[in-house]
Ligand binder design. Structure first.
Ligand code: ATP
Ligand code: MG
Length: 350
């Protein structure tokens, strides 16, 4: 039996509810597919911060290093701990330490779910560059009196960074419908985005089986709404990916359905899987949170571990549940009801 070691960081608020839900489903999948899941729980959260002054222990990163994967619920409790503290004390250091440079978000309208659009065939995989670009933090302010003040924010795009995220996109496209949309704004940003287009063309020569469509971010936003059926894998920089994935989450029915993975394809370090939503203090601990985003993130984790059949079975079980009307609207079913329905479907589909 193959056994995987998983580090669980349920975190704050509904992070705890949805992590429990996702692990119930993964345990059921593990039983069906004969896998071992060896889970270690880390109670690192805003409560930890209030008690100790740190979101995680000083050697937190080292404690995580040897795991096969990390699953994170949600971190943040703005009423008592500023978001900047919770984010910079836990989530961002993990992403950075393990160089999880590809942020992957599958956006698909599940059967039965009513999105805000009558989008047909909404099934795209967004890949956001997670380490550089517009969020590099380079820049400054020049004070020459209030009227002449200047603020500069510099985007940094390295060949290494651009090449690896695009290559990741080409590989994903190869495993799906073989179409890659590379999102830029190279008509207006003449250095960084032109460079991105150049690297895209270079790599396209290595992937003749993948059709490449370069697209500007403005046109892309419209296309996601008007003709998403033309899209398959979408690769974008940090800022553009940030914006497009919020749009994608909204079109797929909201945060309750938005899954994500922070990947470093190099298996010597753990990748991290987390629903896109935050800790949602308003609904924490009330059996209201939709666990589908977290369960789907769990399926992404199985996929990354190489357990393709188990991952597909979890996704099929989510689809069977929503096709029967389970969890398709906020407030319709509780966290536990949705979880139980997915597990039942997983067992029925066997
Ligand atoms: P963060 O600051 O951590 O990114 P956020 O403030 O952007 O988080 P969330 O905490 O994710 O947002 O959620 C915003 C609101 O959306 C919540 O208050 C909640 O009402 C709703 N929500 C979020 N996730 C879910 C979920 N899984 N199920 C149901 N409702 C949810
Ligand atoms: Mg917030």
């Amino acid at each position: 039996m193959t056994t995987y070691t998983l580090a669980l960081i349920p975190g704050d608020g509904i992070g705890v509810d949805v992590t429990d839900a996702a692990m119930q489903v993964l345990d059921a999948a593990a039983a069906r597919f004969g896998l071992g899941l060896d889970k270690t729980r880390f109670d690192w959260s805003c409560e930890t911060y209030l008690a100790t002054g740190r979101m995680m222990p000083e050697d937190g990163i080292d404690q995580l290093r040897s795991f096969d994967a990390i699953f994170l619920g949600a971190v943040g409790w703005p009423a008592t701990v500023p978001d900047s503290v919770s984010l910079h004390g836990l989530l961002l250091p993990i992403r950075k330490a393990f160089d999880q440079y590809a942020n992957i978000r599958p956006h698909r309208l599940l059967p039965g779910v009513e999105g805000p659009l009558r989008a047909q065939g909404f099934d795209i995989l967004c890949i956001r560059e997670n380490t550089e670009g517009e969020y590099s933090g380079a820049g400054g302010r020049v004070h020459q009196g209030r009227d002449n003040e200047v603020a500069v924010e510099t985007s940094i795009f390295t060949r290494k960074g651009v090449e690896r995220i695009l290559r990741f996109g080409f590989e994903q496209a190869r495993a799906r419908r073989k179409h890659l949309t590379s999102v830029t704004k190279s008509n207006a940003q003449k250095y960084s985005m032109v460079f991105w287009d150049e690297v895209t063309r270079e790599l396209a020569a290595e992937y003749p089986d993948v059709t490449v469509s370069p697209m500007h971010i403005d046109a892309m936003a419209a296309k996601m709404v008007m003709a998403p059926q033309d899209l398959d894998v979408v690769v974008a920089s940090n800022l553009f990916g940030d914006i497009l994935t919020d749009l994608g989450a909204a079109i797929q029915g909201g945060l309750g359905f938005a899954a994500s993975a922070n990947i470093n394809p190099d298996r010597s370090v753990p990748s991290m899987f987390e629903p896109v939503h935050g800790s949602a203090p308003d609904i924490a601990g009330k059996n209201i949170a939709n666990p589908i985003a977290a369960i789907w993130s769990g399926a992404q984790m199985l996929e990354h571990l190489g357990e393709t059949d188990a991952a597909a079975a979890v996704l099929a079980a989510i689809e069977s549940a929503t096709a029967r009307g389970i969890g398709i609207r906020p407030g319709l079913h509780g966290t536990q009801e949705i979880t139980a329905a997915v597990i039942a479907a997983l067992e029925e589909n066997a």
